[in-house]
Design a protein around this ligand. Structure first.
Ligand code: NCD
Length: 309
């Protein structure tokens, strides 16, 4: 694998291998026994992805460099490529990038060559592969496998990178994927059937809710009737199958796409997803750094309980 950019580049085998590794790390943490610098370049707001990448890096024992747009030379007109190349020059061993452009990695590659791996922490409306991997891990923990499982992704599909990464990966893994969206939020370029929220709650094994991506809308979307028309109300949740789970990548707009009482309900896995984000990102980092030859098996320590004599 070159850079970790899109779920479309991952085979079923690679996804399964990384998920297995993430489960192992969850049970028995690992560290990298080598000085490596991780550079996190975030050009869009982030709470979970940024912090969980940083926790993953620190748990692995890496040095962490953080760049924010306001404090960087990007506002002096420096390109993303030149920013990335700068980090390579000063000794970063890999980059984690979030940027509003849908295809920022293509733009980087058109400008020149980067010699360190890049991890996509969110590209515009197109891809969010590490979020998808943590969603898959959450479903695997629940169902063992997603083959034949009905997964409904509901909300602002057209503006959601989470919807796109998940739909494509879940289809590859043999799940039955459905979309549910308010008028105007559909993306008909993707080949998945649309159902209503009333139908969704009846059939879903996993119901993945999405936030309205207001920052990507040209016109302001009114949300007064959104919950009752398209969201997960208490009444609808009561019609879900007993084993079914509620997921959401967050941030959550309580009372818009979901009734606030369901966020921490028994069927919700929303905070579990966040916890899984750390393990999955540790596994992805190890996997790609090994493929690049930046680390090898000897650089990885299994952490056992410390026996201090
Ligand atoms: C999502 C994102 O940024 O794409 N959040 C996340 O990474 N956990 C979803 C969103 O912003 O709605």
């Amino acid at each position: 694998m070159k850079h970790f950019i899109s779920m479309q580049q991952l085979s079923k085998e690679t996804m399964n291998q990384i998920l297995k590794e993430a489960e192992l790390i969850r049970k028995s943490p690992k560290t990298i026994n080598k000085q490596l610098f991780a550079a996190n370049l975030f050009f869009e707001p982030s709470t979970r992805t940024k912090m969980s990448f940083e926790v993953a890096q620190r748990k692995l024992g890496l040095e962490v460099l953080n760049l924010y747009e306001e404090g960087s030379s990007l506002i002096k007109g420096e390109s993303l490529y030149d920013t990335a190349k700068t980090f390579e020059a000063i000794g970063a061993d890999f980059l984690v990038v979030r940027h509003p452009s849908d295809y920022w990695m293509d733009e980087i590659e058109e400008e020149g060559q980067l010699n360190i791996p890049v991890f996509n922490a969110g590209s515009g409306k197109e891809e969010h592969p590490t979020q998808c991997m943590l969603d898959l891990l959450t479903m695997y923990q629940e169902f063992g496998n997603v083959e034949g499982k009905k997964v409904v992704i509901a909300g602002d599909i057209i503006h959601s990178r989470v919807a796109k990464s998940n739909a494509r990966a879940l289809e590859k893994l043999g799940a039955d994927v459905y979309f549910s969206a308010a008028p105007g939020f559909e993306d008909h370029s993707l080949p998945f059937p649309y159902i209503t929220m009333d139908e969704a709650v009846e059939i879903a094994d996993a119901l993945m809710l999405l936030r309205i991506q207001h920052e990507r809308h040209i016109h302001k979307t009114e949300t007064d009737d959104y919950l009752s028309l398209y969201g997960l109300t208490m009444e609808r949740a009561a019609r879900m199958q007993k084993h079914a789970i509620i997921m959401h990548p967050a941030p959550i707009n309580r009372g818009v796409e979901i009734d606030t009482r369901l966020v921490e309900s028994k069927q919700s896995r929303i905070f579990k997803q966040m916890e899984n984000g750390v393990y999955v990102r540790m596994a992805i980092l190890i996997h790609v750094l090994k493929e690049w030859g930046i680390i090898n098996e000897n650089d990885i320590n299994e952490c056992k309980a410390l026996n201090i004599i």
